[in-house]
Each structure stands twice: as structure tokens, then as C-alpha cells.
Write a protein that binds this ligand. Structure first.
Ligand code: PMV
Length: 340
């Protein structure tokens, strides 16, 4: 019997993945660049089960409970297990236990960290040796494309690639530049329109073609800013790219509006903080939450100020991290009789 446990972090994109050339295979229309986080992680144990039967997926909660997630999420995990088993040329059924370090209600996207941890743990349990490029390819094919970036630490670029080769690559290690991400958690529970659906609708926006023209220049700026460790150079591009993602989403058919009133209040507060001399720049994924990128010395003030904005439910303090790691201790399994 073989078992392996891995931890993989979430990541926050500076230039966002939005729209795919091939959505099933998560081949993006354009490259993206992200920073891998440190504290917001998924931990996953995969165990090979002896004998026949079915794969099992258990979602563990902080309180120690375990439940079968069901629905689309469980379906995507089962599909991915089948894909990884095929890659490994193996037939064993697998039991998956998974837990996020951040509360589900915080509205943080957990699919990148979750599918990165699942890919790492399943391949390890199945005894498959993989290169970082293969790992990233396989994580990408989970359907959560941004998982391709979460298998690497520090600053990561995911080129647009093609069906033959499309995997993320390291740009710089975490030690290169200590940046923080203070997340204003606004949204409670899952977003109404998934990022998968957002990618599908992106080309229906009249602004999408222009985004594709602009993104190359932005990628160059972000690479340069990372190399120079210049937040003054990174910040404006970060905000421009996030706003453009939402512009595309809002003008897609049918339109998608991810923002809540508190989202705008946080954006205004970040602008105000800059006028007061604080170095802080915002970005947003496909949701109402706002990620504020800042240097370590400004993090405490940013966290205090965001917590005071009306409508902010919680503030999560995170920062750049070194990427996934293998854990020696497996997660505690479900006790017999727990909800199936
Ligand atoms: O990996 P997906 O399919 O959940 O898409 C990620 C989309 C964004 O989070 C909005 C942008 C990104 O590059 O992470």
C-alpha cells in the first residue's frame, strides 16, 4: 500500500490567465505571470487502495470533520485521478483526503492549490517520477489551468504553449523579492460564475481582442519589474491587468459582474493609502475579493486599514513562498460512519 502527502500553495497572478484556445486542455490564449503564496495552501493525502472498488474523495474541515464533496468538484477530482492513473499506467483505486488552510467561506480560490497538491500526491503515491515540466502539464490538465503555476515556487510564468507543450516555468525564486499579499475577503462562499465559464465567455467581449494585443507589453513590464524588484514599476501594470480582466468579464455575453460594493470601497482605500505614502497596489481574481500587494514594512498598516473597510469580512496576510513540499504525516482519515 502506497501513500503520499503534499502541500501546495495558492498563487496570485500579476498578469491574469483569462480565455483559452482549448478550454478542455486549459491551453491559454496568452501567457500569465504569478507569485506563489506561502500560507494559503491545500494539503492532500493520496492512498492506493487494495482490491477493486471506487475512488474516494474526502474534504476535511479544520474542526476535524470529513465529508464527500459531491457535485462538479468531486467529478473534476475523479476525472483528474483517472488522468493521472492513465499517465502512470496503473489501475489501483485511490483515496483522496484534502484540506485547505484557509476557510472555505473566505472566497479564496482553492482550485489551483487543490489540483496542484492532488497532482503531486497522486503521482507520488503511484510511484511515478516526474520532471517539473511534466508536473505542471499534468496539473494544468486538471482543468484549473492556474494549477500549472502552483507546482512551482516564487515568481512563475506560464507561456501560452500548445497541445504538445504548455507548462509553467520559474522566473525567480521567492528569496529574490519579499512581497506580501494582504487579501481583503469580501465574498462569502463560491462565486456565482466559475472562472471556467469566464474563460468560455471571454472572446464574446468586444474588449478581448484589444486585451490580447496589450498583454505582451504588460508581460514585458512585469518580467522587468520582478528582475529589478520594483513595485513602482509592477504596481500600475498589476492594477491595469486586473481591471481589464473585469472589463472583459463585465462586457462578455452574458455579462459577469464579480464585484461587490465593498470591492470598490477597498480599491478606493488602497488609492487613498498610496496618497498617504503607503506602498500598496491591488489586484483581483474572478471574484469580489481584493489582493493588495505591498512590501513587508507596509503590510501591518495595509492589513489594519483593510480590516476597517465596511464589508470586509476578514483579512488574510500572505506573501511569496517557496512552492509545494512533501509532508511526512498523512492527513487523518475519515472515521467509519462519517457522511458518505
Ligand atoms: O485556473 P482557472 O481556470 O481557475 O483560472 C484562473 C483565473 C484567474 O484566477 C482569474 C486568473 C489567474 O491567472 O489566476
Amino acid at each position: 500500500m502506497s501513500v503520499a502527502t503534499w502541500e501546495a500553495p495558492a498563487n496570485i497572478a500579476f498578469v491574469k490567465y483569462w480565455g483559452a484556445r482549448n478550454l478542455e486542455e486549459a491551453i491559454p490564449r496568452h501567457p500569465s505571470i504569478s507569485m506563489t503564496l506561502s500560507s494559503c495552501v491545500s494539503r492532500t493525502t493520496v492512498e492506493c487502495l487494495a482490491g477493486a472498488g471506487a475512488d474516494e474523495v474526502w474534504l476535511l474541515s479544520e474542526g476535524g470533520g470529513a465529508e464527500r464533496p459531491g457535485g462538479t468538484f468531486e467529478g473534476r477530482v475523479l476525472d483528474h485521478l483517472e488522468r493521472l492513473r492513465r499517465h502512470a499506467g496503473r489501475r489501483e483505486r485511490l483515496r483522496v483526503l484534502t484540506r485547505n488552510s484557509f476557510p472555505a467561506a473566505a472566497g479564496m480560490a482553492s482550485s489551483a492549490s487543490g489540483f496542484a497538491a492532488l497532482t503531486l500526491a497522486a503521482l507520488d503515491a503511484l510511484g511515478v517520477e516526474t520532471t517539473p515540466a511534466e508536473l505542471s502539464e499534468l496539473a494544468r490538465r486538471s482543468g484549473s489551468g492556474s494549477a500549472a503555476r502552483s507546482v512551482l515556487g516564487g515568481y512563475v510564468e506560464w507561456p501560452a504553449g500548445d497541445l504538445e507543450s504548455c507548462h509553467a516555468e520559474a522566473l525567480a525564486r521567492a528569496e529574490h523579492w519579499d512581497l506580501r499579499d494582504v487579501v481583503a475577503s469580501i465574498q462569502d462562499g463560491p462565486k456565482e460564475v466559475s472562472s471556467l465559464e469566464g474563460h468560455r465567455r471571454a472572446p464574446t467581449s468586444p474588449h478581448y481582442a484589444r486585451r490580447l494585443e496589450l498583454v505582451e507589453g504588460r508581460l514585458r513590464e512585469v518580467r522587468g519589474a520582478i528582475e529589478e524588484r520594483s513595485l513602482e514599476r509592477l504596481g500600475p501594470v498589476l492594477e491595469e491587468d486586473a481591471l481589464e480582466l473585469h472589463l472583459v468579464a463585465m462586457s462578455s455575453r452574458p455579462p459577469i459582474l464579480y464585484w461587490a460594493p465593498a470591492t470598490l470601497a477597498v480599491l478606493a482605500r488602497v488609492r487613498g493609502l498610496r496618497e498617504e505614502g503607503v506602498v500598496a497596489w491591488y489586484t483581483m481574481d474572478a471574484g469580489a475579493n481584493v489582493h493588495v500587494i505591498c512590501p513587508p514594512e507596509d503590510e501591518p498598516r495595509v492589513a489594519r486599514e483593510l480590516a476597517a473597510v465596511s464589508g470586509v469580512r476578514d483579512v488574510i496576510r500572505d506573501g511569496v513562498g517557496p512552492g509545494p513540499r512533501r509532508l511526512e504525516e498523512p492527513l487523518p482519515g475519515p472515521v467509519p460512519g462519517e457522511s458518505g
